[in-house]
Design a protein around this ligand. Structure first.
Ligand code: CDP
Length: 224
């Protein structure tokens, strides 16, 4: 990788605020934001459409041959994800996708496919990328690694508010159970499991405002 380009890796569990914070840091500092979770979501969307329903341990090899996934980061901080030129950005933020995504992101072949895309997209720009294994697997040599965390209750409430703001009628308790379930899946998968990189800066955001977290990241990136 070109040495003057900067790579910032932001990992953490569901609802820790990685993506909303990372996109605003990207806008403030002129970095490109890459949403790795959106790619796993887009692949889940694609596989559900192809198979109707998907099961744990299902063989997805061959399914991704020729599928073109792209992502566009806009100056206003929005990020759009496309599957074969269809904009799936809205359709990938549903409970159905959240419930099924673990079956897809456990698959080593899918992970290899996604990691290839992520490294390719980072080749020509300074980037901030969020996910689960960005600092540990995708970019072990990142210039800065941040691990964002928060309590389960705070994360459930954030996710609940997000759904509500987008007009979805959801139940806080079921969102909380989903977050707990996603934590189990994310930390226990054999490849690309969520864990804190040894050299990551860990920030517990439970009692921080979004603005505080954004500022903390900007301060960390400044000397990089
Ligand atoms: O819901 P949240 O925004 O926290 O998650 P996301 O970043 O959209 O990621 C959704 C799911 O994709 C995770 O729960 C993981 O199963 C998977 N994922 C992954 O395995 N590796 C990544 N680098 C990013 C996401």
């Amino acid at each position: 990788m070109d040495k003057h380009l900067t790579v910032v890796a932001v990992d953490g569990p569901a609802g820790s605020g990685k993506s909303s914070v990372s996109r605003e840091v990207a806008v403030a500092l002129g970095l490109k934001y890459i949403d790795s979770g959106a790619i796993y979501r887009a692949i889940t969307w694609f596989l559900i459409r192809r198979h109707g329903a998907i099961t744990k341990g299902q063989d997805f090899s061959g399914d991704l041959n020729g599928v073109v996934i792209t992502q566009e980061f806009n100056n206003d901080g929005s990020c759009n994800t496309f599957v074969d030129n269809t904009d799936v950005s809205v359709d990938i933020r549903t409970e159905t996708i959240a419930k099924n995504i673990g079956k897809v992101s456990d698959d080593p072949g899918v992970r290899e496919f996604v990691n290839g895309l992520l490294r390719e997209w980072a080749r020509n720009s300074s980037i901030i990328m969020d996910g689960r294994d960005i600092g540990t697997v995708v970019f072990p040599d990142a210039d800065l690694k941040v691990y964002l965390d928060a309590s389960v209750d705070v994360r459930a409430e954030r996710r609940y508010n997000e759904y509500r703001e987008s007009g979805k009628n959801v139940d806080l308790n079921s969102i909380k159970n989903q977050i707990i379930q996603r934590d189990v899946e994310d930390t226990s998968r054999p490849f690309g499991a969520l864990k804190t990189a040894e050299d990551a800066v860990v920030i517990d955001t439970s009692s921080m405002s979004k603005e505080d977290v954004i500022q903390a990241l900007i301060n960390l990136i400044a000397p990089v």
